[in-house]
Design a protein around this ligand. Structure first.
Ligand SMILES: Cc1ncc(COP(=O)(O)O)c(C=O)c1O
Length: 437
């Protein structure tokens, strides 16, 4: 039996993996085009307009806007939905904090719904119970590259006449019942930060079919002004706006990367499916679940562990920690995306907000009465305790050869499970970043 790298044996994957993103000459040419033109900014800049039009066509909505982050795009959408101080906005408890921050930016109160243990997306069966007369937007999160149960969510939202804003920041190019993610809600938003399937360092995109949402989001994006192309600017803000403008260089780079998004996603899918096939029969682990009516573009690849399936009496958190440590020692980049439910972050536990408890203490609402209870994030907490994520090993230019080494690492660990369980863990080991929740 091969000796575990954890105990001084040879690493299964000594060379690691290639990091994302990988630049090609076309990306450099796109950026040079901007440098040569010497036009670097302006909401109607040629690269920005080009990106908005190409993205609009790629997704298939009537309108698309660019901005400088996914968080900005979320805020534009929440503001465009007319969310006001004291209103409530529902989102998932397993997501990036920005899905909830965007509500706070409007002095509204985030309310969380737990996620489904298999899809990791907002559990549509738990949504309706969280809706009340203050609910003014629902933000399902298309997590890890895959759409939520959008039909069920839209049906519930329609019943109460609440707009849905899809946080699709992790799901560029994914499909749901043959339709593109980005077309499934009143408004959809995407992040272009350096980690995303489509990235340009930092940036965001906003899609809608509704002219009123488009106009409002456009205005909020730029100082609350209406700035028309080729018409002298009036400098007359009609409402609070922010400065969420994108820049020409990232826009040019994003356009170049958009031309290969589908190809890059196909590599992610091939790698992920190959890895799944190679490890899914190992007892005590669950590979990603992709319902038959949708595709995943595998922004992250999450594996859950269950020690009870191996007859072990240790906690899922400890088991996950041991496997994660053993994988890392073998040279497999086993990480954790998020370590706690969003509502268990200090911001929500302390409800400090802007200070004086705002917006929870805002007199326009009853934000103080919103409780962030453990019950609303039990599944999220279990997932975060018992799972690891793989990120760029799944991404191009990494391929099947790397996946073979990852499969070998898993098999070696499973063959040596007794040693993995006996290994003395250092609770302060910084590479683990793990904590008992
Ligand atoms: C689900 C989700 N929502 C929102 C965001 C925010 O995007 P950005 O970092 O571009 O502001 C991210 C990415 O970080 C995300 O993963």
């Amino acid at each position: 039996m091969a000796k575990l790298a954890l105990l001084g044996g040879e690493k299964t994957n000594p060379r690691g993996h290639k990091k994302y993103p990988v630049l090609i000459q076309a990306d450099r040419d796109a950026v040079n085009r901007v440098l040569d033109r010497e036009v670097f900014w302006g909401i109607y800049g040629p690269e920005i307009s080009g990106l908005e039009e190409e993205w609009r066509q790629y997704i298939g909505t009537k309108y698309a806007l660019s901005c400088n982050s996914g968080t900005a795009a979320l805020h534009m959408a929440v503001a465009a939905a007319g969310v006001k101080p004291g209103d409530q906005v529902i989102t998932a408890s397993l997501t990036f904090v920005a899905s909830a921050l965007c509500a706070l930016y409007q002095n509204a109160i985030p309310v969380f719904v737990d996620v489904d243990p298999r899809t990791f997306c907002l559990d549509s069966k738990k949504l309706e119970a969280k809706i009340n007369e203050k609910t003014k937007a629902i933000i399902p999160v298309d997590l890890h590259g895959m759409a939520c149960d959008m039909d069920e969510i839209n049906d519930i939202a329609k019943k109460y006449n609440i707009p849905v804003i899809a946080d699709s920041c992790q799901s560029h190019g994914a499909l749901y019942k043959g339709r593109k993610v980005g077309t499934l809600a009143e408004m959809s938003v995407f992040s272009l930060n350096g980690l995303k399937n489509l990235e340009c360092g930092d940036g965001g995109l906003f899609n809608t079919d509704h002219p009123e949402y488009f106009d409002k989001a456009n205005q909020i994006r730029i100082f609350g002004e209406v700035i028309k192309k080729d018409i002298p600017r009036e400098y007359n803000s009609a409402e609070i706006g922010w400065m969420y403008r994108m820049l020409e260089i990232p826009a040019a780079y994003a356009r170049s990367k958009l031309t290969r998004l589908d190809d890059d996603n196909a590599v992610r899918v091939r790698n992920a499916e190959y890895l799944t096939k190679g490890i899914k029969d190992l007892p005590g682990l669950t590979t990603p679940y992709i319902p038959g009516d949708r595709t995943s573009v595998y922004h992250y690849y999450r594996i859950r562990f269950d020690p009870a399936k191996l007859g072990l009496k240790i906690s899922p958190n400890e088991f996950r920690t041991r496997i994660q440590k053993a994988l890392q020692s073998e040279g497999a980049a086993a990480g954790r995306w998020q370590t706690r439910p969003v509502q268990k972050q200090i911001l929500f536990l302390n409800k400090t907000g802007y200070g004086y408890g705002c917006p929870w203490s805002c007199p326009h609402g009853e934000g103080k009465t919103v409780q962030y209870s453990d019950e609303d994030c039990m599944v999220t907490q279990q997932i975060l305790n018992d799972s690891i994520t793989f990120y760029d090993p799944i991404y191009p230019p990494n391929g099947i050869e790397l996946m073979d080494r990852y499969i070998a690492a898993f098999k070696k660990i499973w063959e040596n499970m007794d040693e993995v369980l006996d290994y003395k863990l250092d609770p302060n080991d910084p590479i683990l970043g793990s904590r008992e929740a």
